[in-house]
Write a protein that binds this ligand. Structure first.
Ligand code: FMN
Length: 212
């Protein structure tokens, strides 16, 4: 089938005006739960956009590991491409797509590095293989071959006998994205989708319905 003939009608839900009174970050947390319950295999996956020091935008998926009153949290290598971009330009954007629910959430805001205690706490919750992976990979750096990467994995395993490693390497950490703007999107029939944009207003939010 040609790509231009690929299309689907969105009819699984609607956002009525009452959503404007809701806290959009709590709604995001609810939507993640609903997507999980509906069988979404990766409901916490979000595309994270950053801007490189030369102004080039770059986007990749990361997993959302917490939704707070202020925004959300994710973990990564601080010296990766995204880490270097955020050190230069802390403003960032994320978007979620919950395909089964025909919903999307967009957030823009400013990132800050998470405190070491939060990083250690999350790191300790990861399976040993993932913890070792943080030591085995200098994320975003080129490497000559798969076998070299596997050798780095073996070296990390040898250096950290079970049940370690307990603490993350210094270059591994996390970010809070403090949300300044949140958009909730629900697909509707005939492309007349429901969109509500929430903008920070003191301790609360101001919401506006947007044209699709
Ligand atoms: C579904 C999914 C989830 C991912 N989650 C993370 C994550 O939580 N943290 C992370 O560093 N990379 C994650 N990755 C890998 C990133 O997309 C990316 O390849 C990596 O972080 C390097 O990006 P960078 O070179 O732009 O820094 C994930 C990839 C996918 C497809």
């Amino acid at each position: 089938m040609s790509l231009q003939d690929q299309r689907r009608a969105y009819r699984r839900g609607a956002l009525d005006d009452a959503i404007a009174q809701a806290d959009p970050l709590r709604t995001l947390a609810d939507w993640i739960d609903e997507a999980r319950a509906a069988g979404d295999p990766e409901p916490t996956a979000m595309a994270l956009a950053t801007v490189d020091p030369d102004g080039q935008p770059s986007v990749r998926y990361v997993l959302c590991k917490g939704v707070t009153d202020d925004g959300l949290e994710f973990f990564t290598n601080l010296a990766s491409r995204k880490g270097l971009a955020l050190a230069h330009e802390p403003r960032a954007a994320v978007t979620f797509w919950f395909a089964g629910l025909e919903r999307s959430v967009r957030i823009t805001g400013t990132t800050r590095q998470l405190e070491r205690a939060r990083v250690d706490d999350y790191f300790a919750s990861r399976p040993r293989g993932s913890r070792l992976g943080a030591f085995a990979s200098r994320q975003s750096q080129p490497i000559a071959s798969r076998s070299e990467l596997e050798a780095q994995g073996a070296a990390a395993e040898a250096a950290h006998p079970e049940p370690g490693p307990e603490r993350a390497p210094a270059e591994w950490g996390g970010y809070a994205l403090i949300a300044g703007e949140v958009e909730l999107w629900q697909g509707r029939d005939d492309r007349l989708h429901d969109r509500f944009r929430f903008t920070r207003n003191g301790a609360g939010w101001t919401a506006q319905r947007l044209q699709p």
